[in-house]
Design a protein around this ligand. Sequence first.
Ligand code: ZN
Length: 499
Amino acid sequence: MKEELLKEFDAWVMKMSAYRMALSLIGVDKQTLAPKDGAPYRDERSAFLAGELFSVETDPHMAEVRRELLADGTISAEKRREIELLDKEIGHILVVPKDVFVQYAQLQAHAYEVWHQAKDAGDYSLFEPVLKQVIEASKKMYAYRNSGLPMYDQMLDDYEPGMTMEIYDRFFDRVRERLVPLIRKVVEAEQIDDSFLKQPYPVGKQKEFMNRYLLPYLGFDASWGYQNETEHPFTDIICENDIRVTTKYLENNVVSAILSTVHEVGHGYYGHDVAPEYDGTVFNYGISSGMHESQSRLLENYLGRTLPFWEENYPKLQSVFPDQLGNVSVEEFVRAINVGRPSLVRTEADELTYPLHILIRYEIEKGLFNGTITAEHLDETWDAYYEKYLGVKAPDARQGILQDVHWSDGSFGYFPTYALGSAFAAQFVWAMRRDIDVDELLRTGRFAEIIGWLKEHIHRYGCRYSADEIMRMATGEPFDPDCYLDYLEEKYTALYNLK
Ligand code: ZN
């Protein structure tokens, strides 16, 4: 009896992953190569597939199978966790009446379109009424869960299981206390010249560096990975041994495509290096948004922006761009790619000021859902926060409240995971440096050995363990935000010769 239920459960997990694979592939294709005019026709069929997936996920018979298995005291701890993970995820969908769910999906699609138009026009008043609707509809969706927990805690937990306002408050309080004064000192210090990064760098040459040098250095292998171009770089894990990363080349910014590729390859390794024994199971994915972002930012910031990384790679970049970089030393280059400067747009922010962009979004979201901030004139609230924490003011809403897509589809609670990812990464690197000589490995092109450490301590587990458990296993300590803030303080104090 139990064996049969287990077989049924595994077959159902495989069936869901088949639909998800199809939808992922269609999604990657849409954002890279697919001809634009086919969009409405493809979208109609994709919606049909998504509806089929919804029916498979919410199959009442499978809910019964899960219930019976969980009631069986003899199933393994691993199987129990697999079932519990899915039960939680699907439970959130099951409590919402189907018509409400469909209406919400329609509102998301509509809000996305309106957001796009409003952003193009730089006019927040177009988006404001729809944003209010999305906020109200989100509240309604969460109310169905009847969980008794504060609404924003539930939202945070959806993206980063186990996280609450209490934990994030502690984290962001430390970020505010330590980074606001540090950024002020950096602004007042003598500025670093990074103008040479912004000369014309022909895209064809950038591609030559990418394919001939960077991807091979990173070990991103065509047997399991593929890189494409897109508007907003992302990574998609299609299935075992099929990882798609994307990049975007900017003619006047030589490091944009390079560092965003290093970032996406970090996501790619996390998707690719889950242990083979988890193939086809629930565990075959990263554990959370924050953990995923920790792996991408670890590669981008903690490896890709260091002198040892460029000691190996810079001569190759110089050989591709002798006119632009022939007279720039590797030290000057590395200083330039680490400049810290308050700015308006999150996705273009540097490593130092980035967490404050997230702090602002966290405080606004928290206020919206605990009632201390109203959706009325939210653009003004946004601008006031930017002035307060970063000392900058957006000339229009395009560079202000309309810059991010996340609120149009109701992804409240997602932003904080971006800052958490950087902080997790700092602690992983701290532990990694105790075990292996990271700088020497970077300098001598032995990148695979660094990935080997990450695979052994993080990637191979997929979502078998929680982020908190993985942090403790990999570093021997619970999560400590000061590890991250110490790193930033040390790095920027040296970079800007601060006292
Ligand atoms: Zn990322």
